[in-house]
Design a protein around this ligand. Structure first.
Ligand code: ITT
Length: 198
């Protein structure tokens, strides 16, 4: 009962650790395997990138590997930043720079047109098995001013109507009940046993 999460993102790693601890599954991340080189995300879809990360690392380690490719899709920007969410303001830029760029792109866009979704695609891979892919999304609105200090990435700008809070104002526990990542993991759980025993 052990899994490797193919991520270098500390925010994602923390959420997965909490989500898998409940199931009694030990989580390793790429921090535990510093010798493994970073997988370049050359795909144009969340699914391509998730499969690329999961299958490359699974082949290297010969272990069950879960990869998360996720991002923010803003309707008025035709789904941008999408798969480019981590590098929206440029390669190696900070979350703050990405958030600033997003606000700039949405200058003068009225509140009712600032609808968005957080998207998460998970790929589960083990050499010799056909990989499994599941998805999850959560709806929100992009605020004009960041609010809250929890979470990571675009969380301070992502307002969740049902909670009347941004993702960054939710505790990690609350975020982990409603997030795109949590929804995707629920979908993974439904097919997990069948996949493992296939
Ligand atoms: P790994 O590939 O190593 O997992 P990454 O950060 O490069 O890390 P992605 O390519 O999947 O991962 O990019 C995801 C980006 O989308 C992430 O850097 C954030 O900017 C954004 N994002 C994803 N999930 C988020 C969340 O729960 N809250 C806020 N922003 C999120």
């Amino acid at each position: 009962n052990e899994i490797v999460i193919a991520t270098n993102n500390a925010g994602k790693a923390k959420e997965f650790e909490a989500l898998f601890a409940k199931k009694g599954i030990k989580v390793n991340t790429l921090r535990d395997f510093p010798e493994i080189p970073e997988v370049e995300e050359t795909g144009v879809t969340f699914e391509e990138n998730a499969l690329l990360k999961a299958e490359t690392i699974a082949r290297t380690l010969n272990m069950i590997v879960l990869a998360d490719d996720s991002g923010l899709k803003v309707d008025v920007l035709d789904g941008a930043p999408g798969v480019f969410s981590a590098r929206y303001a440029g390669e190696y830029k900070s979350d703050a720079a990405n958030n600033a760029k997003l606000l700039h792109e949405l200058t003068n866009v009225p509140k009712e047109e600032r609808t968005a979704q957080f998207h998460c695609t998970l790929a589960l891979a083990l050499p010799g098995k056909k990989s499994l892919v599941v998805e999850g999304e959560v709806d929100g609105l992009i605020l004009s001013i960041p609010k809250g200090d929890n979470g990571f990435g675009y969380d301070p700008l992502f307002y969740v109507e049902s909670k009347d809070k941004t993702m960054a104002e939710l505790s990690q526990e609350e975020k982990n009940t409603i997030s795109h990542r949590a929804v995707a993991l629920e979908n993974l759980e439904k097919v997990w046993d069948e996949w493992i025993n296939r």
